[in-house]
Design a protein around this ligand. Structure first.
Ligand code: FAD
Ligand code: UDP
Length: 373
């Protein structure tokens, strides 16, 4: 018998949720994380009373009632609704694209007027949209594409809009109502007091080792447990034998300002091409903070190379093909390892989907006799 039932590599939401469920089934877990903290990318740090989202703005939103009830066991959520604004060379527009945006752009009042302008502006796209540029113009017309989409997207993806896939822009709602809610989600909010408390509660009762990289002592760690739940990069696990999976990366430049309110909103997107950052986050507004000072983070898109923080998986053909090889390798050659989460599965998972996926895995492997041959 080994020392632990599970070694969990990664103390992010996937690993922590799995650990919580495993403990309920009296399983012994060791969780290791190479970072100096738990919570993975959802980690928040309290600085002068403000909960700073260290790895970028995290807004919990879901249509899954079971996941919403699950996460609410670990924190009380406030009534924050994400309503970012766009700053285009000093002109302010509401996001996502809705009647407030159309009114500011064209002075139109009714949905019919807005639809008429979009219909006339999208005539330059003759066929079904083949790329992000054509998709955007056919959804919201040329003016909005030029002021609110082109510059932002090209900064963010470091590629021309005509060379990007259409699906990226389809994530955003387009509404012919006066509704600035960025998400189409039934449940939404920010945990009052930050996200880290959630990971703390999920990991209560399990052993956690921080500043501990799986690869620093791989053989020893592999000998610890019957099964490994691995939430690091899947290509890293297989020593990049089929090449690297690529990521889009971001860099945050944060500062505390000696004023109480910098931009009046949690998220402001800078949609022109010239401003070097894509957006500024003012953390206190996620929790309606009234502190005397404020903390802001400017977000820049940066080229990614191995060793950098992997943020967003790139869902293109090349990466899908490489992933397929690793998945085949995992199925054939690593029976005691389960790959989970955003990096282990190389999927852009929001937090609710991450939790859902960890709960599904727990239901699958904790309810059967894991020692049965
Ligand atoms: P992670 O949080 O990445 O955790 C993986 C952990 O594994 C990390 O702590 C890492 O240090 C550790 N690890 C990796 N390799 C090793 C190793 N070799 N040894 C030891 N430890 C290792 N979701 C939302 O729902 N709403 C949002 O608004 C939102 N905004 C986001 C903004 C940004 C900029 C990003 C990048 C993501 C955002 N997300 C958002 C997604 C959210 O962060 C993820 O859904 C969630 O963090 C995934 O959890 P995870 O446990 O799979 O991965
Ligand atoms: N987008 C845009 N302008 C904005 C906000 C979003 O053009 O002000 C586009 C951009 O192409 C982005 C996509 O919409 O990649 C999806 O936006 P989302 O907010 O989902 O992406 P995120 O910023 O979270 O990566």
């Amino acid at each position: 018998m080994k020392q632990y039932d599970f070694l969990i590599v990664g103390a992010g939401l996937f690993g922590a949720t799995f650990a919580y469920e495993a403990l309920k089934h009296d399983k012994k877990c060791l969780i290791i994380d190479k970072r100096p903290h738990i919570g993975g990318n959802s980690y928040t740090e309290t600085v002068n009373g403000i909960n700073v989202h260290k790895y970028g703005a995290h807004i919990f939103h879901t249509n899954n009632k079971a996941v919403w009830e699950y996460i609410n066991q670990f924190a009380e959520f406030n009534n924050y609704v994400n309503s970012p604004i766009a700053n285009y060379k000093g002109e302010i527009y509401n996001l996502p694209f809705n009647m407030n945006t159309f009114n500011k752009m064209w002075g139109v009042i009714t949905p019919q007027e807005a639809m008429k302008i979009i219909a006339s502006q999208k005539q330059c796209v003759h066929k079904s949209p083949q790329n992000l540029e054509e998709q955007a113009i056919s959804l919201v017309g040329l003016d909005i594409y030029e002021k609110l989409i082109k510059g932002y997207t090209e900064k963010q993806w470091m590629k021309n809009c005509a060379a990007l896939p259409a699906f990226i822009i389809k994530r955003l709602p387009v509404r012919f109502t006066y509704d600035n809610n960025y998400f189409n989600a039934r449940y939404q909010g920010i945990p009052m007091g930050g996200y880290t408390q959630i990971a703390e509660k999920l990991l209560e009762g399990s052993e956690v080792l921080l500043n501990t990289d799986f690869f620093a002592d791989r053989e020893r760690f592999e000998g610890f447990a019957e099964k490994i739940i691995y939430t690091g990069t899947i290509d890293g696990f297989f020593d990049y034998r089929f090449g690297e999976l690529e990521y889009r990366s971001v860099y945050f430049e944060s500062e505390e300002l000696q004023i109480s309110n910098y931009q009046g909103n949690a998220v402001v997107n800078y949609t022109d091409r010239e401003t070097p950052y894509t957006r500024i986050i003012e953390h206190k507004h996620f929790e309606f903070g009234e502190q005397e000072t404020t903390i802001i983070s400017r977000e820049y898109a940066v080229e990614w190379k191995r060793g950098d923080e992997p943020y967003y998986p790139i869902n293109d053909e090349r990466n899908r093909n490489v992933l397929q090889k690793y998945l085949e390798c995992a199925a054939a050659g690593a029976p005691n390892v389960v790959f989970g989460g955003r990096l282990g599965e190389y999927k852009y998972y929001d937090m609710d989907v991450t939790i859902e996926s960890a709960l599904r895995l727990a239901a699958k492997i904790l309810t059967v006799d894991m020692y049965a041959k």
